[in-house]
Design a protein around this ligand. Structure first.
Ligand SMILES: C[S@@+](CC[C@H](N)C(=O)[O-])C[C@H]1O[C@@H](n2cnc3c(N)ncnc32)[C@H](O)[C@@H]1O
Length: 303
């Protein structure tokens, strides 16, 4: 197959033409070629695009059987199992995905993430925490914790080895895009978070503050953090408040990370996080050094 074959397949799927994508795959199929993560992922996406979620599992499982599976293979399996209502398989495949990205603690401790918003960032976070965010001990603040994806990783990989503390702020009521989803979790969001944190064995290094960040952040005035992760409400009017309050809590030379830089809702532009981030960066620009931007924006406060 030509190198760009799978790109073409993906474009067809994105354009709502999964049948045409499957026809191209069938026409180019070579049974002698070992299934690989890229072909498995694209073939599964094409099959899922036709509505056949059970069928979508097959190419991904074939990649596992052939020994070529990677993070994305397990991550996709987790997603398809969730859409099929098979939550146990979702949890297991998320853990197996994490192990592929050097986070075996997730499998060993049995963390439970029905919706995993964090792990695709692991490799880039590893790099950031190795090269840039090197404070030791480290005081970290997270706005928006959900089921504890980023919090458990930070406890396992950063806070526990270096010492320090992680403060998590969340109302545990979900964000605006979670409407309709919260009832499907089967358990209270905060209970899932608590269980995952307890399983890390590092719960003593975490402070949980329950409530809206726009109310809690001003009460932290006088505290200082080396790293602040903003991943709470997506509405620009809330993100700008989170950013401004947090900036005053950041040590000189400390780092602030924004999630959802490119978050865009055609029908709900008030939820476009990027509007607030762009405004914040333009207003505070003389105190900011932009470190990296790959879906998430990493800034450093001038010393
Ligand atoms: C995308 S999730 C965070 C994902 C999390 N960092 C992870 O790694 O899985 C957003 C979280 O922000 C919380 N949230 C939304 N609006 C908030 C607000 N105004 N104050 C505090 N938490 C909020 C939601 O309850 C939700 O758990």
């Amino acid at each position: 197959m030509k190198p760009d074959f799978w790109d073409t397949v993906r474009i067809l799927i994105a354009n709502g033409e999964p049948d045409e994508a499957l026809a191209r795959i069938a026409a180019n199929w070579d049974a002698s070629v070992t299934p690989n993560p890229e072909s498995a992922d694209a073939t599964a996406a094409a099959i899922a695009g036709t509505g056949d979620l059970v069928g979508a599992l097959a190419p991904l499982n074939a990649a596992i059987e052939s020994g070529t599976a990677n993070f994305h293979t397990y991550f996709r399996l987790a997603e398809y199992h969730r859409r099929l209502g098979q939550i146990k398989n979702t949890l297991i495949n998320h853990r197996l995905a994490h192990a592929q990205f050097g986070w075996p603690e997730s499998l060993a401790h049995g963390y439970s993430f029905t919706h995993d918003y964090f792990s695709p960032n692991i490799l880039i976070w590893e790099n950031w925490f190795r090269v840039h965010i090197t404070a030791k001990p480290i005081e970290a603040l997270e706005i928006g914790s959900w089921q504890g994806g980023s919090a458990t990783w930070l406890l396992d990989k950063v806070i526990s080895p270096r010492g320090g503390r992680l403060t998590c702020i969340d109302g545990f009521e979900g964000s605006s895009e979670h409407v309709g989803l919260m009832e499907t979790l089967g358990t209270r969001l905060e209970d899932i978070f608590d269980d995952n944190i307890e399983r890390t064995g590092h719960g003593d290094k975490l402070r949980k503050l329950v409530g809206r960040s726009q109310v809690i952040l001003p009460t932290l005035w006088g505290e200082n953090f080396d790293f602040i992760y903003i991943d709470g409400a997506h509405e620009a009017k809330f993100v700008i408040q989170d950013a401004v309050f947090s900036w005053g809590l950041l040590k000189p030379g400390g780092f602030m990370l924004f999630d959802d830089v490119g978050f865009k809702f055609a029908d709900h532009p008030e939820q476009n996080t990027g509007r607030a981030i762009d405004f914040f960066v333009s207003v505070f620009g003389d105190e900011i050094q932009q470190i990296d931007c790959r879906g998430q924006l990493l800034l450093q406060r001038s010393k």
